[in-house]
Design a protein around this ligand. Structure first.
Ligand code: NAD
Length: 468
């Protein structure tokens, strides 16, 4: 069996490795560096820089832990060089694995060889992929199945000044040569807040403008409010319900004008970071001619991640939905399992629950979420109980000196089944995985309360909440 995978991000390369491991002949086409947005210009470089920020903050606060650390200063160039080294190490690791699994890697831009508009069925060749090779020339790859995993691109605002020099995306932010003195972040979503937290730790003056009444609009409202308080306490200015109107270049910097509660205001900063979401990279794949149904939100897929053309699948950001690396990876596994099961038209092909998706925000402190929020349950008329606990009551958090945070578990009032969990506090991104596993197994809060948790660990915040 032959599969062509277009896009080598965590959706594409992970699926390629998995497929090759099952004895399938795989061709992986990559228009950019292997690893995609996540590894090269998203999650990984951000986490590498956040680690520098964490070290910096720890050294800054050393005296309160009884440690004399001396003078502490960020060397931005060295932090960026370390970030590049981390990315390079992981990228070459993925390249090694692809080679080791005998995957054919074609570097270039792929498009589907659909039929001509108005052409007969014989002219359509949806399982043929044309690759314009980076080294010149082109290659046609024919296979039994095609998996599209071409990701997303940063969205921008259609406002005057959005294309001025100095108005940058997160990708450009991650490759700056010098640390800006001040940054205005438009959008208090995941990218906006992670960048705001990072820049603040680095000593940059940060203002955030968010259109919605709360930050992190898709997260639990309590969590968002507490995170906002915590970030504000650190000196990050956050304005919500702010409608950005324009950006202008002035001698003192970029002036971002906005309207809030019918009053006009502005923020002046050296750079403006546009963090208003991402959109599927629907661009040049030739979907229409290949007969694949798309909407502006992404390629339409069924529960098996199969597009409207049998044998062609779309996974990850290109299919819309949760734009998260791990979603792409598991959607790829679903597509592969469907292929391996002989492409049934109904019935399960695996036990992966694509509706249970943990998500984390790597601010300081971190936030993490899985399952339904309290508001979602109420909006759907679900009778629930809400259980809370606080990091300040955790021995480990007090010993660490990181007590800012809380845990909220949302459970069914009828049978105690866990419906969601929302965390804000140190290492929330790791703690959320326990609840994800429990949600996956339809566990109740009593199940959680009867599991021995090691003491002293931060995971005990879950136990405290479950015990009410
Ligand atoms: P997002 O959708 O998380 O947030 C965009 C924010 O911009 C929202 O709060 C939205 O209300 C706001 N916004 C939109 N229009 C605006 C306007 N005109 N003025 C002010 N604010 C406006 O998108 P993102 O933060 O750009 O991230 C893109 C995707 O990448 C998301 O799907 C995110 O989950 C993913 N991502 C995940 C991680 C992670 O898992 N840690 C990290 C980075 C990005």
């Amino acid at each position: 069996m032959k599969i062509t995978i277009i896009g080598a991000g965590p959706g594409g390369y992970e699926t390629a490795l998995e497929a090759a491991g099952k004895g399938i002949e795989v061709t992986l086409v990559s228009a950019g560096p292997v690893g995609g947005t996540c590894l090269n210009e998203g999650c990984i470089p951000t986490k590498a820089l956040l680690r520098s920020a964490e070290v910096l903050e720890t050294v800054r606060e050393a005296a309160s832990y009884g440690v004399e650390a001396g003078e502490c200063r960020l060397d931005f160039a060295r932090a960026m060089a370390r970030k590049d080294a981390v990315v390079e190490q992981l990228r070459s690791g993925v390249e090694f694995l692809l080679k080791h699994k005998l995957i054919t890697l074609l570097r270039g831009k792929a498009s589907l060889c659909g039929g001509q508009p108005g052409g007969g069925e014989a002219e359509t060749a949806p399982h043929k992929v044309k690759v314009a090779l980076d080294e010149g020339g082109e290659e046609i790859v024919e296979s039994d199945y095609v998996i599209i995993a071409t990701g997303s691109v940063a969205a921008s605002l259609p406002i005057p000044g959005a294309d001025l020099p100095g108005v940058i995306s997160s990708k450009e932010m991650l490759s700056l040569e010098a640390l800006p003195k001040s940054v205005c972040v438009i959008g208090a979503g995941v990218i906006g807040l992670e960048m705001a937290s990072l820049l603040n730790s680095f000593g940059c003056e940060v203002s955030v403008l968010e259109y919605c009444p709360d930050i992190l609009p898709r997260f639990d409202t309590d969590l968002a409010k507490r995170l906002k308080q915590s970030l504000s306490k650190r000196g990050i200015s956050i304005e919500t319900s702010a409608q950005v109107k324009s950006i202008e270049a002035a001698p003192e910097g970029l002036v971002t004008s906005y309207v809030r509660k019918e009053k006009e205001a502005s923020v002046t900063a050296e750079k403006v970071l546009m963090a208003v979401g991402r959109r599927p990279a629907l661009g040049s794949l030739n979907f229409e001619q290949a007969g694949i149904a798309v909407t502006p939100k992404g390629v339409l897929v069924d529960a098996y991640m199969q597009t409207s053309v049998p044998g062609i699948y779309a996974i990850g950001d290109i299919a819309g939905g949760y734009m998260l690396a791990h979603t792409a990876t598991f959607q790829g596994r679903r597509a592969l399992n469907h292929i391996l099961a002989g492409c049934p038209s109904e019935g399960p092909v695996d036990s992966i629950r694509l509706d249970i998706v943990p998500a984390a925000v790597f601010t300081r402190p971190e936030a993490a979420t899985v399952g339904l929020t309290e508001d979602e349950c109420k909006a759907n008329g679900l009778p629930i109980k809400v259980l809370k606990s606080f990091f300040r009551a955790s021995g480990k958090a007090v010993a660490m000196g990181e007590t800012d945070g809380f845990c909220k578990i949302v459970a069914s009032e009828q049978d105690g089944r866990i419906l969601g969990c929302h965390l804000f506090g140190p290492h929330s991104s790791d703690i959320i995985q326990e609840v994800t596993a429990l949600l996956d197994r339809d566990a109740t809060v009593d199940d959680l309360a009867s599991i021995i948790h090691a003491h002293p660990t931060l995971s005990e915040v879950l136990l405290s909440a479950a015990k009410g």
